[in-house]
Design a protein around this ligand. Structure first.
Ligand SMILES: Cc1cc2nc3c(=O)[nH]c(=O)nc-3n(C[C@H](O)[C@H](O)[C@H](O)COP(=O)(O)OP(=O)(O)OC[C@H]3O[C@@H](n4cnc5c(N)ncnc54)[C@H](O)[C@@H]3O)c2cc1C
Length: 380
């Protein structure tokens, strides 16, 4: 049950979105190009709703988890387009927690205003789940790091201005030692990028090549050689945000629309009821984890990442089932209840169990860190 203040907030958000989400960007099946999407980002920012989970002292809303969910629900209902989130959800919160005052002053306002797009340079060919085996190297020369290596699967890397990245600065006894977390200006000489097309036909990510790229030592977050701690704190925050119900709400909306446009059937009713219950379960779980995190109570977001991503997959599987022979249609189709994409979001959702750490790896984390089961022995 919402409190009267929460209901008021919902009404205010719904009314504002109804009036301001640009018509041509509503219910898109893909994230719009920055030239179209960033003006919307800036509008949301000017309204003060771009960073609900950031503290007010850094330009956020200090929104309660319930307010955060209200925003997500209303954004989904209004068909608001996806915006880039690596700045808002990944590097922003980490700079608030571990950045220097100079790093915060330089980067946080630009993220909030939508003047800068960030990307995440963790994965490399041969270093995904086994991230600590990364081979991009940095040598310290005076007050610079000189970086060479190759990053891959970098979401929106070809649109980004800055990349937060992990580089090897020394070979410690354990592979997690000797890794440094660094902020790289993508205008620096020595950087080239190559977009990668996904199964859904969009170019969501790219490869980033670094060839003797000079980065000031002042761009290191945390300690040189001590970046693993920062990297894993960021991954935990990333899993919490991937674990939000935002995507499930969008998928559910599509399923509701399709169900409403078809003749009544008990199978459709059953699939729809199941999807509604799963989404409510996800919302409750997100509230639980987000509240624990706000209260600084120890928690693990791995199960939330699994729950959120598998809920979306289940809803879109249901959509494919009831779409019947229309399931493979690629272009959005006009139904009596608005535009509907049958296969676009389905294809895009194949990536969900992979990014942010695969769901298999999240299950390993739950087994070892939450349930205390023995870890498989591996090379250190
Ligand atoms: C859409 C998308 C966007 C992405 N965006 C970014 C980004 O912006 N920045 C970035 O740095 N990376 C990004 N990634 C990369 C992502 O983090 C990696 O793909 C992921 O961590 C898996 O690594 P890998 O692809 O090397 O697969 P691998 O690690 O080679 O894994 C292959 C398979 O083996 C399984 N596996 C591996 N190890 C274990 C184990 N110990 N136990 C059980 N199963 C295991 C995995 O679950 C997987 O099924 C993105 C990926 C996708 C799909």
């Amino acid at each position: 049950m919402e409190t009267p203040a929460e209901s008021l907030f919902r009404a205010e958000v719904a009314q504002w979105l109804q009036a301001h989400v640009p018509e041509r960007l509503r219910h898109l099946t893909f994230r719009p190009h920055p030239s179209e999407g960033m003006p919307w980002y800036k509008q949301l920012s000017a309204r003060g709703w771009i960073a609900p989970h950031w503290p007010v002292s850094h330009g956020g809303m200090d929104a309660t988890p319930v307010q955060q969910v209200i925003l997500m629900e209303e954004l989904a209902r209004a068909g608001a387009p996806d915006i880039p989130t690596q700045g808002l959800n990944h590097i922003g919160p980490i700079l608030i927690e571990c950045g220097t005052p100079a790093q915060r002053a330089r980067h946080l306002p630009a993220i909030l205003a939508g003047n800068v797009i960030w990307c995440q340079g963790y994965s490399e060919p041969g270093a995904g789940s086994d991230l600590a085996s990364l081979r991009t190297r940095a040598v310290i020369e005076g007050d610079s790091l000189v970086i060479s290596g190759h990053k891959i699967w970098t979401t929106w890397g070809h649109h980004a201005h800055w990349m937060f990245s992990l580089v090897r600065t020394s070979d410690g006894e354990a592979r997690q030692h000797g890794i440094t977390f660094v902020l790289i200006d993508l205008k620096s000489p020595g950087i080239s990028r190559r977009p990668i097309r996904t199964i859904a036909g969009d170019d969501e990510f790219c490869e980033v090549f670094l060839d003797d790229v000079r980065v000031p030592v002042t761009n290191v977050v945390g300690e040189i050689d001590g970046g693993w701690k920062v990297a894993t704190a960021l991954l935990s925050e990333e899993r919490l945000r991937i674990g939000s119900p935002a995507l499930a709400l969008k998928a559910l909306l599509r399923l509701r629309r399709l169900a409403a446009s078809l003749p009544q059937s008990s199978r459709t009713d059953e699939l729809l009821a199941h999807a509604e219950i799963e989404t409510e379960t996800l919302i409750a779980s997100f509230l639980n984890v987000a509240e624990a995190e706000q209260a600084k109570t120890a928690t693990d977001s791995s199960y939330l990442k699994i729950l959120a991503t598998e809920t979306v997959l289940n809803i879109l599987d249901a959509l494919q089932e009831i779409a019947g022979e229309d399931a493979p249609i690629r272009d959005a189709t006009l139904t009596p209840h608005g535009y509907l994409d049958y296969s676009e979001m389905f294809l895009q959702s194949r990536r969900l169990p992979i990014y942010g750490g695969t769901n298999e790896v999240q299950r390993n984390i739950i087994a070892t860190k939450v349930l205390g089961m023995p870890a498989t022995r591996r090379r250190q």
